[in-house]
Write a protein that binds this ligand. Structure first.
Ligand SMILES: Cc1cc2nc3c(=O)[nH]c(=O)nc-3n(C[C@H](O)[C@H](O)[C@H](O)COP(=O)(O)OP(=O)(O)OC[C@H]3O[C@@H](n4cnc5c(N)ncnc54)[C@H](O)[C@@H]3O)c2cc1C
Length: 530
């Protein structure tokens, strides 16, 4: 393959983000080239989806006529359509707070745990994505739609032609490759292709803790619900947990960081830690597996869960987790949110942020295509739109980083963390429901970022900047999220266990700008799945 290739849109990186955008752009009538450095199937991190991700997948699939992607929006449809594409069941979010050297034991008032269900049944449940399978599946779907896919490409740089068009230069297996495009999308992840090729600085996040990660995939990880330490202390009352604690994004929280445990349906479990630099130094994290063992030695109940576990691939150490590019778009280029910034796996924000960016870019590509059909001069982004896309992308990232910084500060004071996390759960459930029910109050940004009262309160009450007084803090958070709380959150009587109750959504219909009757009607299929 020597010489030049022409395309309308060149997308660099064939993770799920690049492939989904490539399919949409094809459906909009563009010639699309998808350029990948590696080769599928291959390992990738970023596995736990969320309710907002689910509804975004549904809406993108419907709006741009990519029906074969739609089943990935929920566990039930996924299992029926693609049982060979491995995923795991994610019924909600589970958090256990651990103390160094002590076995975990649930407090009788549950102040050292938090369970937030995200879906009312397995059928409509969220999922954990075994990315090697999912990304391979999606790239094949993109090829089937006519996307021109090139793997094993080493891109060396980008030049601008006299027309303003970008020219990508690289090699594939020793052969020169030149790609002339009208528009380039960087879907190559943080510190990726365009950051390097255009010399875009890592601006970092303000007041954000320096964190590192260490992770792998394992076999034979025990379920917490089968271990004595994690037994719920109310056997006599037989109160069911809001969701099975292991069929969830399970978090072990400790001072200075946390561990994720995500189970897939094939017996493999993804687990890793994200920790502040001081703890990374104590663990000597760069050593990989020995550092993992040192972490387990500190927390006996986590060690019990991993007693028989075996890593099935070598550990990956990320010496710096967070990344925030100074720029995210220009007239002829744009980064997906996942290339522009990454914060932390906490609260599974990466996949929905990426999908929100795809939604924004797809709207622009749609508009630009219409301009071309009307004979109007058009670059892929209309004048001013690059700036708007960049501002929206980076504002989402900055707000998420502010929230995650507050969460890290809260780890030492778990009740404060549990209360503060309600900003996320309120925004996420409100955004999902507003989209699902076509609410006139549907937020445009992530974490209700377009609502100043919400974001101001999130900043004011952050454990990173305030010392939460335990008696008042939960009610302050409850008051701050009240206008977005359609899920019965921040209710002290629930003692940190939050199930999904669609009656809450009906009861609070007016917060969504709808009548109760409208909510009942529009919930139809979801309510039927219970
Ligand atoms: C440790 C960790 C845990 C995470 N956990 C979660 C989670 O649980 N939930 C969640 O929502 N998000 C999570 N994320 C974020 C998530 O990984 C990203 O949001 C998601 O992977 C973005 O997908 P993507 O397809 O845009 O990019 P990626 O998945 O990063 O894919 C990028 C692709 O580009 C290719 N590529 C890279 N450079 C080049 C190049 N120069 N030329 C050509 N191709 C290139 C790569 O090979 C890869 O195929 C996590 C991130 C990290 C770091």
């Amino acid at each position: 393959m020597t010489g030049g290739l022409d395309t309308d849109i060149a997308i660099v990186g064939s993770g799920f983000g690049g492939s989904v955008l490539a399919m949409i752009a094809r459906r909009l009538g563009y010639r699309v080239m998808l350029i990948e450095r590696g080769q599928h199937p291959r390992f990738a991190i970023g596995e736990s989806a969320s309710p907002l991700a689910g509804i975004l997948i549904e809406q993108l699939a419907d709006r741009y006529d990519v029906p074969r992607v739609r089943p990935l929006s929920a566990f039930g449809t996924w299992q029926r359509a693609y049982p060979h594409v491995v995923c795991g069941l994610k019924r909600g979010f589970t958090y256990f707070k651990h103390e160094t050297g002590r076995r975990y034991a649930a407090d009788c008032d549950r102040t050292n745990q938090l369970l937030v269900a995200a879906s009312p049944s397995d059928e409509v449940s969220d999922t954990h994505w075994l990315r090697s399978d999912v990304d391979h599946f999606l790239v094949n779907e993109a090829i089937a739609l006519g996307v021109d896919y090139h793997d094993l490409v080493e891109l060396e740089g980008i030049e601008w032609q006299p027309s303003g068009d970008p020219l990508l230069k690289g090699t594939r297996q020793g052969q020169t490759l030149r790609v002339r495009a009208k528009f380039v999308v960087d879907a190559s992840g943080p510190r990726g292709f365009l950051s390097r090729a255009l010399g875009i600085a890592d601006r970092g996040f303000d007041d954000y803790p320096a964190t590192q990660a260490l992770f792998s995939h394992f076999s034979d990880v025990a379920r917490c619900d089968q271990l004595d330490d994690f037994r719920i202390p109310y056997p006599e009352s037989r109160v069911p947990t809001p969701h099975p604690v292991d069929d969830a994004a399970l978090h072990h929280v400790f001072d200075g960081g946390w561990m994720w445990v995500l189970r897939f349906g094939n017996g493999v479990t993804s687990a890793g830690i994200a920790v502040e630099d001081w703890l990374a130094a104590e663990l000597r994290i760069a050593e990989g597996e020995p550092a993992w063992q040192r972490l387990l030695a500190r927390y006996p109940s986590i060690a019990q869960q991993f007693a028989d576990a075996r890593p099935i691939r070598s550990f990956t150490w990320m010496p710096r987790l967070a990344y925030r590019a100074a720029e995210a778009a220009g007239e002829r280029w744009a980064m997906l949110p996942s290339a522009a910034a990454f914060i932390d796996p906490l609260f599974s924000t990466g996949i929905p942020l990426t999908l929100l960016g795809i939604e924004r870019l797809a709207r622009e590509l749609d508009q630009a295509g219409l301009n071309l059909q009307a004979g109007l001069p058009s670059t892929a982004l209309r004048p001013g739109q690059a700036r708007l896309y960049q501002n929206a992308t980076l504002a989402d990232a900055d707000l998420t980083a502010r929230f995650i910084a507050g969460s890290y500060a809260g780890f030492r004071n778990f009740p404060a963390f549990a209360s503060y996390s309600m900003f996320y759960f309120a925004a996420a459930s409100f955004s999902e429901m507003a989209r699902r029910l076509a609410s006139p109050r549907t937020p445009r940004g992530f974490l209700c970022g377009d609502s100043e009262p919400f974001t101001t309160a999130m900043t004011r009450l952050s454990p990173a900047t305030t010392r939460p007084a335990s008696d008042r803090y939960n009610s302050e958070v409850a008051a701050a999220i009240a206008d977005w709380n359609v899920a019965g959150l921040c209710d002290a009587e629930k003692q940190n266990w939050y199930g999904v109750d669609l009656d809450d959504t009906i009861r609070y219909a007016e917060k969504l700008g709808l009548t109760r009757k409208e909510v009942r009607q529009r919930l139809g299929p979801l309510a039927c799945s219970l």
